[in-house]
Design a protein. Sequence first.
Length: 146
Amino acid sequence: MRVRLQGIVLTLVALLVFGLGIPLAITIAAGAQQDLFLDRLTDTARFASLAQRPLLDNKPTLLDPDLRRYTEVYGVQVVVFDQDGKAVASALGPNAARLDVHAERISDPVHEALAGRRSQPGGVLMPWDDTPLVLAEPVLADGEVR
């Protein structure tokens, strides 16, 4: 009798732990992702603001030192695209040409930015998910994408 009760109680406790633990873990992961998204979005908006003058003056390589320093400090790659979708400034330097801009995870946010729209948060990233977070911000000058 005691063994049966222990089995039932342990099963109920396990169901309770999983029933409450999994939604809690998803909520915590969503909160951490939202923090990461907002942090990266403010950085992306800053780089879009910095890129206005160099892109208007047709000197996008002036951004390279700032982009490289950001990558050194935060370990995040930054690439600036022109209106044609070609990489013109990058933390990668001359290696930016090797960036696969036709990959869907990169091209979709870039096309949205070229249409004047900001990146939107995606689905919840779980700790074991190795998909990179790709954000794009339009560089606007007088209301037009540059």
